[in-house]
Write a protein that binds this ligand. Structure first.
Ligand SMILES: *[C@@H]1O[C@H](CO)[C@@H](O)[C@H](O)[C@H]1NC(C)=O
Ligand SMILES: *[C@@H]1O[C@H](CO)[C@@H](O)[C@H](O)[C@H]1NC(C)=O
Ligand SMILES: *[C@@H]1O[C@H](CO)[C@@H](O)[C@H](O)[C@H]1NC(C)=O
Ligand SMILES: *[C@@H]1O[C@H](CO)[C@@H](O)[C@H](O)[C@H]1NC(C)=O
Ligand SMILES: *[C@@H]1O[C@H](CO)[C@@H](O)[C@H](O)[C@H]1NC(C)=O
Length: 355
C-alpha cells in the first residue's frame, strides 16, 4: 500500500497462460485474460475484490468475515501472506492456526470467492519489515529485494514451501486462486529487472501456473520500475480519478507484454491510523467520492480491490511503520476505517456494499 509522492510507505518501510488478443475464448483454460477482460472458463469475469489478510484475523472468525465480504456483493478477496510468521526461524515452518493459509483460501472458495494471492516475498502491507523474517538480517551477504544470491536462495525456499501448501488451491487445480502477485510496489523502491524477472520465473517454476501480476503506485515512474515482461501490470490508488488512473496505465502499457484489463489493485477506502496522528475517518464527501469511483469502475467493466475491506489486527509487534523524516508506526488496528464494520450502506447501480 502506498500513496503519492509525499508518502510512499513501501519505499520508506524498511504464467503465463495468457491468450493475448485471442479472438475465440478457450473455455478449457480456467482463468486468463485478453486486452480488456478477465476470462473465467472463457466467460468475462469482473474482479470485485476486497483485501483481507488471514494472518490478521483469528481463524475462528475467518468464515464469518468471508461471508460478510460475499454478502457485500464482492466476488473475490486479495490477501497478503506474511512470510515471517510462517518461518520464524530458518527452516522451521508453522502453518498452524492463523498461519493455516490454505484453510483460509479453502473457506473463501466454499463461500463463493476467488482469490488474488499476494505472497511477496516482500509484501510491505504495513507489516514489520514487509513480511521478511527477522533472521534474514543475520544471513551473511544478504541484500533483500535484489538480485542477490543469498536473498534469492531463501526466497526460493519460501516459494517452494508455499507451493506445497497452495498449489492444490490454484484455479488450474480446481481451487479459488486466479492471480498471483509478484513482489509488491517494487517500482516505489527500485527498477532491477533482473531481480524481478528472476522472481517471476521462480513462481512459475514452482508451479504457480495462473496469470501473474504486479501492483505499483499510480504513476508512470512506478510502473516503469515495477513492471515485468510477460507479467500483467496493475496500479493502485487513483481515488477521485480512477478514469485518469486507467488512461495513464493503458497508454503507458500499450503494446507491451504487461498490458491487459485494469484492476485498481488497492482502492483506498481511507488511510491508515499512525500512532500520534489524527484518527482517519471518512466523511460524507469522502463516501461520495468512493461511490462515484465504484460506479465508474463497475460500469467500465474494470476490476478493483478495496483496501482494506476488513483490516483486522496487527498482533504483537507485527505492525509496520512509515518513515519519512520521523518513524510513524501503524497502530495495532489495521486500517481503521473498515467498510465491514460500519453501518452506512452505499448503493451503486449494480451492487451494494457497506461502509
Ligand atoms: C476479450 O474478451 C471479451 C469478453 O469475452 C470480448 O468481448 C472481447 O472481444 C475480447 N477481446 C479481444 C481483443 O479478443
Ligand atoms: C485450450 O487450452 C488447453 C489447455 O491449455 C490446450 O491444451 C488446448 O490446446 C487449447 N485449445 C485451443 C483450441 O487452443
Ligand atoms: C544458493 O543455493 C545454491 C543451490 O542450492 C547453492 O549452491 C549456493 O551455495 C547457495 N548460495 C548461497 C550464497 O547461499
Ligand atoms: C500499438 O500498436 C498499434 C498497432 O501496431 C498502433 O496502431 C498503436 O499506435 C500502438 N500504440 C502505441 C501507444 O504505441
Ligand atoms: C473504460 O474507460 C476507458 C477510459 O475512458 C475507455 O477507453 C473504455 O472504452 C471504457 N470501457 C468500457 C467497457 O466502457
Amino acid at each position: 500500500m502506498k500513496s503519492g509522492f509525499a508518502l510512499t510507505i513501501c519505499m520508506l518501510l524498511s504464467l503465463l497462460d495468457v491468450v493475448k488478443g485471442a479472438t475465440t475464448a478457450n473455455t478449457s483454460v480456467p482463468f486468463t485474460y485478453n486486452e480488456t477482460n478477465f476470462l473465467l472458463h472463457g466467460k468475462p469475469f469482473q474482479i470485485l475484490a476486497g483485501q483481507m489478510d488471514p494472518q490478521r484475523i483469528p481463524q475462528q472468525y475467518w468464515r464469518d468475515r468471508l461471508q460478510k465480504v460475499r454478502a457485500m456483493g464482492l466476488n473475490s478477496i486479495s490477501s497478503y501472506i506474511f512470510w515471517d510468521l510462517l518461518e520464524p526461524t530458518e527452516g522451521n515452518w508453522d502453518f498452524s492456526g492463523m498461519n493455516n493459509v490454505a484453510q483460509y483460501f479453502k473457506i473463501a472458495q466454499e463461500e463463493g470467492l476467488k482469490v488474488l494471492l499476494r505472497p511477496g516475498s516482500y509484501i510491505c502491507g504495513e507489516h514489520t519489515w514487509g513480511g521478511f523474517p527477522a533472521w534474514l538480517s543475520e544471513v551473511p551477504g544478504m541484500v533483500v529485494r535484489s538480485n542477490n544470491e543469498p536473498f534469492l536462495n531463501v526466497t526460493k525456499s519460501y516459494i517452494t514451501r508455499l507451493a506445497n501448501e497452495l498449489k492444490p488451491l490454484l484455479v488450474t487445480n480446481g481451487g479459488p486462486i486466479v492471480l498471483v502477485q509478484v513482489e509488491n510496489e517494487y517500482g516505489s523502491y527500485g527498477s532491477d529487472k533482473q531481480y524481478t524477472s528472476t522472481l517471476r520465473d521462480m513462481w512459475k517454476e514452482a508451479g504457480f501456473n495462473v496469470p501473474l501480476y504486479t501492483t505499483d503506485g499510480d504513476g508512470i515512474s512506478y510502473l516503469e520500475g515495477g513492471m515485468i515482461e510477460n507479467v500483467l501490470a496493475e496500479t493502485d490508488g487513483g481515488g477521485g480519478n480512477v478514469e485518469g488512473a486507467f488512461v495513464t496505465r493503458q497508454n503507458y502499457l500499450a503494446n507491451t507484454t504487461s498490458s491487459g484489463p485494469f484492476i485498481d489493485a488497492e482502492y483506498y477506502t481511507t488511510w491508515l491510523d499512525l500512532w500520534g496522528s489524527p484518527h482517519q475517518t471518512m466523511d460524507a464527501n469522502g463516501a461520495k467520492t468512493v461511490m462515484g469511483d465504484m460506479d465508474w469502475l463497475i460500469k467500465n467493466g474494470s476490476s478493483f480491490s478495496l483496501y482494506m475491506v476488513h483490516g483486522g489486527t496487527n498482533f504483537g509487534f507485527s505492525a509496520g511503520a512509515d518513515w519519512s523524516t520521523v518513524l510513524t508506526p501503524v497502530t495495532s488496528r489495521q486500517v481503521i476505517y473498515y467498510p465491514l464494520d460500519r453501518e452506512m450502506t452505499i448503493f451503486s447501480d449494480q451492487f451494494q456494499f457497506q461502509l
